[in-house]
Write a protein that binds this ligand. Structure first.
Ligand code: HEM
Length: 130
């Protein structure tokens, strides 16, 4: 049943449907095809984690020891070394959530400086009694 072989990134990517669903958890690849309908967390989350590293999602749920006990019979092999480096997940990459770049700060200043100067000018006019 379980053959200990190395699964490549390309292979993992090729098993993401209900006919064949592989999951990568902690460097090991599991064939979860037969478990899709049984999964108490539903099938959608499994498909969402197929073709990528599902470790974080699996751990975040806080799966029980019982859940972990389901894994060994599904084990098909280890994920290729350095395979994780190939992941460029569909998550927003760095850049989208980063703070505004220098360009945006400059444009804020472009409004701020003239407005302050205008304010200072009117204040001066007001207090000088003009
Ligand atoms: C082959 C891998 C997996 C197995 C064997 C598995 C097994 C289980 C089991 C037995 C439960 C019932 C609660 C428990 O005993 O912890 C469960 C719940 C759950 N699983 Fe998984 N799971 C797997 C993968 C995943 C993945 C990749 C996700 C993605 C987020 C996920 C999400 C959930 C969620 C959200 C629940 C909670 C359901 C609820 O209590 O309403 N599972 N899973």
């Amino acid at each position: 049943m379980a053959s200990n072989r190395t699964i490549t990134f390309e292979e993992l990517k090729a098993h993401t449907t209900k006919d064949s669903l592989w999951l990568l958890i902690e460097g090991k690849v599991y064939d979860a095809t037969k478990f899709i309908d049984e999964h108490p967390g539903g099938d959608e989350v499994l498909f969402a984690e197929a073709g990528r590293d599902a470790t974080e999602a699996f751990e975040d749920v806080g799966h029980s020891d019982e859940a972990r006990g389901y894994l060994p019979p599904m084990y098909i092999g280890d994920f290729e070394k350095d395979g994780a480096l190939k992941f460029n997940p569909g998550k927003p990459g760095p850049g989208k959530d980063t703070p505004p770049g220098p360009g945006e700060k400059v444009s804020n200043l472009m409004y701020f400086i003239p407005l302050s100067l205008m304010g200072a000018y009117f204040a001066w006019k007001f207090y000088s009694g003009a």
